[in-house]
Design a protein around this ligand. Structure first.
Ligand SMILES: N[C@@H](CCC[C@H](N)C(=O)O)C(=O)O
Length: 316
């Protein structure tokens, strides 16, 4: 079969995005497609696979997201922006509730962050800090700015379910080697965290008047990425919940891939506005039984969008 897709990114978190509303494949075939298309050594590559899926009575469309290891995540907030953009374009709308695996998100087209940068705002929540929702097997009901017994780190963490699982710690300066070691430990599905987790080290930057965060994330099922939207949202909520930034204050959240604007409410809702950049469109033969890919055909390139994003990055 032929798979048509858009190669897109949100804050440098990049994905092949497939309009799967009319594609019915067995579950294991989606896993094979994610592994094949997101393989960095293959013809496409990405941090995972996004599917635009059918909606229901209250959702115009939905999204499924598979990590590059083939595991399916509950959400992907950089991915929701890209998927919502495709849904908006296909349906001729500018806002929607997006159905996710176990939750949903509001998405709306926004004024551009920078000239030529398509921008989508998403709102999710209430997010949960119940340790059980984060998948932590501990006696405490929640972890807010506290060490986690059994984790090989003495740092203080805040555990947040977006609803995908996030462990956030605030640091003076991100130590990537330390982050990777801890992320790898979580990837082994330890008894403490059997469903694994996304781990973020966060620097508080900016000023009281203009708060800013820098987030570096080791993603479950992927490894270090340029950016993770649900991690930026979890970090924003954790920073507000622990008094590092005010609630309801728009905060610039930087990462290796770019920047989004985010805020969190006391009622645990988180809003993120960021880019949804379409870089090129392609088509590739895929054998659902074996996961084998054929030759890649690039059908359209979007140099203007790529340039607009690069200009925005240069101005940060
Ligand atoms: N990059 C994503 C999150 C993708 C899923 C994550 N790795 C998980 O398994 O929970 C984002 O932008 O939120």
């Amino acid at each position: 079969m032929q798979i048509a897709f858009v190669k897109c990114h949100g804050s440098g978190n990049d994905f092949p995005l497939v309009d799967a509303r009319e594609l019915d494949l067995p579950e294991d075939a989606w896993v094979r497609l994610a592994r094949a298309l997101a393989d960095r050594g293959g013809p496409v590559g990405g941090d995972g696979l996004l599917l635009l899926t059918r909606g229901d009575a209250t959702h115009a469309f939905g999204m499924r997201m598979f990590n590059s290891d083939g595991s399916e995540a509950e959400t992907c907030l950089n991915g929701v922006r890209c998927t919502a953009r495709l849904g908006f374009e296909r349906l001729g709308i500018a806002d929607a509730r997006v159905l996710l695996k176990t939750s949903d998100a509001e998405a709306r087209l926004q004024p551009e962050l920078a000239p030529g940068v398509t921008t989508i705002r998403t709102r999710v929540g209430p997010v949960s800090t119940r340790a059980a929702d984060v998948g932590l097997r501990i006696a405490e009901a929640e972890v807010i700015d506290a060490p986690i017994a059994g984790l090989p780190s003495a740092r203080a963490f805040t555990a947040v379910a977006m609803p995908n699982p996030h462990l956030v710690t605030f640091v003076e300066q991100v130590d990537e080697a330390e982050l990777v070691a801890l992320g790898d430990w979580c990837e082994a599905a330890p008894a403490l965290l059997p469903a694994r987790g996304n781990v973020s080290f966060v620097e508080v930057r900016g000023s009281d008047d203009a708060p800013a965060l820098f987030v570096r994330t080791y993603e479950r099922g992927v490894g270090l990425t340029n950016s993770c939207g649900s991690a930026m949202a979890a970090s924003t909520y954790a920073a507000a919940r622990t008094g590092r930034i005010p609630f309801d204050r728009e905060t610039r959240v930087f990462n290796r891939g770019g920047m989004v604007r985010a805020s969190a409410t006391e009622a645990a809702e988180v809003t993120i506005a960021g880019n949804a950049t379409f870089e090129w469109e392609g088509r590739i033969a895929f054998d659902p039984a074996t996961g084998t890919l054929g030759e890649l055909e690039v059908v359209a390139r979007r140099p203007d969008e790529v340039a607009a994003w690069e200009a925005m990055l240069a101005g940060l």
